[in-house]
Each structure stands twice: as structure tokens, then as C-alpha cells.
Design a binder for this molecule. Structure first.
Ligand code: ADP
Ligand code: ADP
Length: 239
């Protein structure tokens, strides 16, 4: 079944159209890599899926729910903030720049959201966070501060933090493009493990080897339109 269903999505900034009728489906448990030139709308597409941007036309549906709207008697009604917060809590997002809280330890960074948003008790949140820190290969670093970690380690913690919310869907916006080249592999390895474990993922990336090995579907975006999509074996040339 499709976990994400995007149909005829249009998004403009002012009068500038950025997404011009995007159709996309992501099935449960599958990885979709979105590839395209700078400015083609990749980041905007992700931002529309988790309601960081309002869309102008079309529909974005995650797990059977329209993002930002509900349908009643055939008409669309905007959701209230609380309902939008609930929808967004089920969608994990990892961006280029880690965005960890610098004054919080690794463990505190990971437990903050599940305690604040999910209302999880501290003991349970700590247990969940400790397990996730280990899962991204950083057991023992729970008390470190972000500045004491490499960029690759910080990004792995950002992934753990997103996972702490037990999301249905993970969105990655060029997760390795701000990293020194020698740190890219460790982050991609964590993402590959996550894919292997069955997480549904949409990944904007320039890492073609990752797309070829991990993606079920590759989508090429150009000037706000999907110009090609299919299995990586058919669309990406081996090196
Ligand atoms: P990509 O991720 O493919 O590089 P983006 O989605 O970031 O593309 O941007 C697509 C286009 O939309 C670019 O021309 C960018 O400058 C523009 N854009 C992105 N965000 C905004 C915004 N908040 N306001 C105005 N223009 C924006
Ligand atoms: P990203 O890493 O997502 O591509 P950007 O550096 O393009 O981030 O954008 C950072 C912020 O600035 C985002 O909130 C985006 O919406 C906004 N933005 C991007 N391009 C423009 C633009 N041309 N005009 C106004 N805001 C923009």
C-alpha cells in the first residue's frame, strides 16, 4: 500500500512556481531517492510533505490522511494547529545541518521531543534514547555535547532524535552534503540499516551509489516536475 501519495502538487513562492504538478507514491517500507539539479524543488517537495510549507494545489497524503486538511462532505477543511502537530510528529525529518541543540547533551537532544511532544515519561524516554544512540553506533557518547562530536556523529544523533518519535516516515534532505567526504559513509550506513529494517524513506541526495544500492525507486525532479522515475537499476548507470 502507498504510505505517501502526492498528486498534482503545486507550490509557488509568490508568483514563482517551484513545484508544477508533482505526482509521487511511496509504498510502505520502500526508499525513494529524489535527484535533480539545484533549485529543481527537491527541498520544497519534502517541506510540503511534513507541512513546513503550505501547498497551493493538489494533495499530499501520508498514511491515508491529507496533510493539513481533512475532507468532510466532499470539501477540504484546514486542520487546526494541534492536528497538524500530531501529523508532523509522525514524520521524521533530517536536514543538511543537523540542527541539534548545542546546550543539550546527546541524550537530552534525543529525549527532548518524545518527552515534549509525545508526553513520554523520563525513564521511558531515556531507555528509548539510549537504545537509539546505540543503534546509530554512538553508545557511550550520551553525555557528550554536539560540539564534541564530528559532523558525521552529529548527523547520526539527528537521525536518532527523529527516530525517537517513532515516525511512520523519514524524510532526508541532503543529509550528507554538509559533511567532510570521509564522514559521509558512516551516515549513509546508518540510513541503509534503517532502510533494511523496513523504514519508509524519502531521501534527497546526490549520492548516486547510495541511490543505486538502497533505493527502490529513483525520482528525477527538474524545474518542479517529475521527469523520470523508476527502479535505480533502470535509471542509474553503474560507475
Ligand atoms: P532544491 O532543493 O532542488 O535545490 P528548493 O526546493 O530548495 O530546490 O528551491 C526551489 C526554488 O524555490 C529555488 O529557486 C529557491 O530559491 C526557491 N525557494 C525555496 N524556498 C523559498 C522560499 N521560502 N521563498 C522563496 N523562494 C524559495
Ligand atoms: P535548503 O538546505 O533546504 O536548500 P535553503 O538554504 O535553500 O535551504 O533555504 C533556507 C531557508 O530559506 C528555507 O526556509 C527556505 O524556505 C528559505 N529560502 C530558500 N530560498 C529562498 C529564496 N529564494 N527566497 C526566500 N527564502 C528562501
Amino acid at each position: 500500500a502507498a504510505l505517501v501519495r502526492i498528486s498534482d502538487l503545486h507550490k509557488s513562492y509568490g508568483i514563482t512556481p517551484v513545484l508544477r504538478g508533482v505526482d509521487l507514491e511511496v509504498r510502505q517500507g520502500e526508499v525513494t531517492c529524489v535527484i535533480g539539479p539545484s533549485g529543481s524543488g527537491k527541498s520544497t517537495l519534502l517541506r510540503c510533505v511534513n507541512h513546513l510549507e503550505k501547498i497551493n494545489a493538489g494533495e499530499v497524503e501520508v498514511d491515508g490522511e491529507l496533510i493539513g486538511y481533512r475532507r468532510r462532505r466532499g470539501r477540504l477543511h484546514e486542520l487546526k494547529d494541534r492536528a497538524i502537530t500530531r501529523q508532523r510528529a509522525a514524520i521524521g525529518m533530517v536536514s543538511q545541518n543537523f540542527n541539534l541543540f548545542p546546550h543539550l547533551t546527546v541524550l537530552e537532544n534525543v529525549i527532548e521531543a518524545p518527552m515534549g511532544v509525545l508526553g513520554l515519561g523520563r525513564a521511558e524516554a531515556v531507555a528509548r534514547a539510549t537504545e537509539l544512540v546505540a543503534r546509530v553506533g554512538l553508545a557511550g557518547r550520551e553525555s557528550s555535547y554536539p560540539r564534541q562530536l564530528s559532523g558525521g556523529q552529529q548527523q547520526r544523533i539527528a537521525i536518532a532524535r527523529a527516530l525517537a518519535m517513532e515516525p511512520k516516515l523519514m524524510l532526508f534532505d541532503e543529509p550528507t552534503s554538509a559533511l567532510d567526504p570521509e564522514l559521509v559513509g558512516e551516515v549513509l550506513a546508518v540510513m541503509a540499516d534503517l532502510a533494511e529494517a523496513g523504514m519508509t524513506m524519502v531521501v534527497v541526495t546526490h549520492e548516486m551509489a547510495f541511490a543505486r544500492q538502497v533505493a527502490d525507486t529513483v525520482v528525477f525532479l527538474d524545474e518542479g516536475r517529475v521527469v523520470e522515475s523508476g527502479p535505480p537499476g533502470e535509471l542509474l548507470v553503474a560507475p
